[in-house]
Design a protein around this ligand. Structure first.
Ligand code: CDP
Ligand code: ZN
Length: 158
């Protein structure tokens, strides 16, 4: 039994916050605004995992009105969601994802992101793809006001 899921997220880029994407701190003058650590890639992956099983979305499971999730480490939220997937008898076949940012350069950080996420998700490096893209200076992401991310996931139950 196979199930596919899609996830999307966007966060506003502001001064005075750390930039954390894929569980990795990126050296940059600005960071993403959010109730949690605003890890846009992990949030997209979480919503892909939840969507594949038609479960409630990330905002319903981890409400931003709950003080428990203030500045929450999104890798911990990812672990919780992966446990849920496993409880339902599923494993991850593969994940493909995009980080769309005008700046900074994301590519140098991708190996570290992959290393961190494959451990949490118990998959091999071959089964996680993370790609980076600019928005050619178009729209809010292109004007460097925000960073967005997309993920598709395939789950299998044997
Ligand atoms: O060349 P094309 O228009 O397809 O892509 P781009 O948006 O100009 O990005 C070129 C390359 O830069 C990407 O393939 C990524 O490897 C890298 N990139 C990055 O490291 N960090 C970003 N924020 C955007 C792109
Ligand atoms: Zn988010």
């Amino acid at each position: 039994m196979y199930r596919i899921g899609i996830g999307y997220d966007i966060h506003k880029l502001i001064e005075g916050r750390d930039l954390i994407i894929g569980g990795i701190k990126i050296t940059y003058g600005k960071g993403l605004l959010g109730h949690s650590d605003a890890d846009v890639l992990i949030h997209a992956i979480i919503d892909g995992l939840l969507g594949a099983l038609s479960l409630d979305d990330i905002g319903t499971i981890f409400p931003d009105t709950d003080p428990k999730y203030k500045d929450a480490d999104s890798t911990i939220l990812l672990k919780k969601v992966y446990e849920l997937i496993k409880e339902k008898g599923y494993s991850i076949v593969n994940i493909d994802s995009n980080i769309i940012a005008q700046a900074p350069k994301i590519m140098p950080y991708i190996p570290k992101m992959k290393e961190k996420l494959v451990k949490i998700l118990e998959i091999s490096h071959h089964d996680l793809s993370i790609k980076a893209k600019t928005k050619e200076k178009l729209d809010s992401v292109g004007q460097n006001l925000a960073i967005e991310s997309q993920a598709v996931v395939l789950l299998r139950r044997d």
